[in-house]
Design a protein around this ligand. Sequence first.
Ligand SMILES: C[S@@+](CC[C@H](N)C(=O)[O-])C[C@H]1O[C@@H](n2cnc3c(N)ncnc32)[C@H](O)[C@@H]1O
Length: 229
Amino acid sequence: MSENIFYTKAAKYWANVPATINGVLGGYEHISGIDIKGSKAFLNDILSLKNAPGTELALDCGAGIGRIAQYLLIPVFDKVDLVEQEKRFLSVAKRRIGELHERLGSLYNIGLQHFTPKKKYDVIWCQWVLGHLNDIDLIAFLVRCKKALNTNGVIVVKENITASEEIEYDDEDSSVARPYKLMQLIFKEANLELIKESVQDGFPDDIYKVYLFALVPNDLDKKAFVLAS
Ligand SMILES: C[S@@+](CC[C@H](N)C(=O)[O-])C[C@H]1O[C@@H](n2cnc3c(N)ncnc32)[C@H](O)[C@@H]1O
């Protein structure tokens, strides 16, 4: 399949999905609570690290209708920006969160493969969206995110991971689930160091295992920074 079709097919799929939690979770609204609970525990652990990130600004990538922003990030960060390619979802996010919270920041209506963060973020949260990028675009996107991290900033990746060693393609929403080893290779290629990982528990047996990864710029990057400064 050409890369163009991979992306346009996904965009078409999401354009026809209801702008609801059930819609963005593919009919699995009932797992949203347990998902957020697992994410909260993971985020709390990160915020308790010796070199913990700040809590000023977070970015929710592939934000959908702002489920993660609303229930996980806004209670913790002063401001939360969203990036999401389906415009309808951002309008609903604004309606759902905007009136309630002054903490909703900038909303970027663009695909992650084209997006370059322009601010410095304490936490960049990417969940159930990176399977919509091909490997090359994903590495490039992670590199751009890495450059947009504040001091002690962390990128969190929470994604489906295959039980097989193979990439599995979903023809319905045009996304891939990647095997664990490939994710590690992608992080390595992006010069990111894994500082914490965990598996979401309490999810039904009929869905993929979902891993949480916390990533920071690796030593190679830190050395380059010292040499350049
Ligand atoms: C499974 S939903 C997850 C939404 C949200 N992360 C959550 O967990 O509630 C996937 C989201 O990714 C968005 N998306 C798909 N491809 C994208 C791309 N290339 N760039 C940005 N967002 C994309 C979809 O529009 C949809 O909102």
